[in-house]
Ligand binder design. Structure first.
Ligand code: NAP
Length: 292
């Protein structure tokens, strides 16, 4: 156990669970809380807090890894929120993808409560979280980021330090716009290869290892071809991120045509009951040979 740093993890969904396991394996003093308590038990060996107050009141670092800005506000702010129960010298490490606007609101609230805040969204999915191979984008006071260093070094192969809170969330949006557009393009190329009477594996083989390749395309492409969409990055969260990125484009007078098309398709997939499936399930609304 590392008694020097008591950590509370709020949210043990796909990412929180994997991060919790990783922190436990590194001997952090970890207390987890999840709205649906049964799901917190998936972090085997972790102590489970039954109330938010009990989760955070002795924590040196509180990590939030909840769905979106609304969920994070619901858990942290307000009369019964966790923020008012945190110790004065504690740090809030906000790691979910909530966009720059949502982040700025939370950072202000943290400041009002005298709590240090780091805007720290992550790149990578469940396998990377389990292996400590995430990339963290961290914006906040350098000294505050430094306090989180043991945690960041356990969860991530690299931490990229940015400026003030909101800037890491902004960079995360640019990255996820790229990710969503790439997966949409990938789905269309696999559907096209199939429609042309080709084996879509040959498409992945043709780009493999060359300048057109992308590890993510090989991973998600194989899932599309196999029709296996067990969630690592739920489609509903990709849609949330795409909408946040679309709003950011429009705010600045940009016209995100590719993202508009991807959002349309993600919406179709969500309506078809695929919101909780992996983002790779986008392929199911792109292909037209579903009954073939
Ligand atoms: P997830 O599996 O859907 O988990 C969502 C978590 O949020 C659960 O703990 C859920 O609690 C909680 N939650 C949702 N609404 C809530 C509310 N109103 N009040 C309290 N708790 C609430 O999501 P995830 O994949 O772990 O993603 C978490 C965040 O990381 C998201 O912002 C996502 O975009 C981002 N992210 C995900 C990935 C990925 O590959 N999965 C990668 C990078 C970043 P319950 O269990 O009670 O529903």
């Amino acid at each position: 156990m590392r008694p020097d740093l008591r950590v509370a993890l709020l949210g043990t969904g796909i990412m929180g669970e994997a991060m919790g396991r990783r922190l436990l394996a590194a001997n952090f003093d970890l207390l987890v809380w999840n709205r649906t308590q049964a799901r917190a038990r998936a972090v085997q060996g972790a102590r489970i807090a039954t109330t938010l107050d009990a989760a955070v009141d002795e924590a040196d670092i509180v990590i939030t890894m909840l769905s979106d800005a609304e969920a994070t506000e619901a858990v942290m702010l307000g009369r019964n929120g966790a923020l008012r129960a945190m110790k004065g010298d504690a740090t809030w490490l906000q790691m979910a993808t909530i966009g720059p606007r949502g982040t700025e609101v939370l950072a202000k609230e943290a400041e009002r409560h005298g709590i240090r805040f780091v805007d720290a969204p992550v790149l990578g999915s469940r396998p990377q979280a389990e292996a400590g191979e995430l990339v963290v984008l961290a914006a906040g006071e350098p000294a505050t980021i430094e306090r989180c260093r043991p945690l960041l070094d356990t969860l991530a192969r690299r931490t990229i330090e940015l400026g003030t809170p909101g800037q890491a969330a902004a960079l995360k949006l640019a990255v996820n716009a790229w990710l969503v557009n790439s997966v949409h393009a990938l789905a269309e190329s696999i559907a096209l290869a199939r429609a042309l009477g080709l084996d879509p594996e040959d498409f992945l083989g043709a780009i493999a290892g060359g300048p057109l390749d992308m590890a993510f395309a090989q991973w998600k492409g194989r899932a599309m071809i196999a029709g296996e969409h067990a969630p690592a990055f739920p489609l509903k969260h990709a849609l949330k991120d795409a909408l946040l990125a679309q709003a950011a484009h429009l705010d600045r007078g940009l016209e995100p045509r590719a993202l508009d098309a991807a959002i349309f398709r993600l919406g179709e997939a969500a309506e078809a009951g695929l919101a909780d499936a992996d983002l790779s399930a986008l392929f199911e609304v792109v292909r037209k040979d579903r009954n073939a």
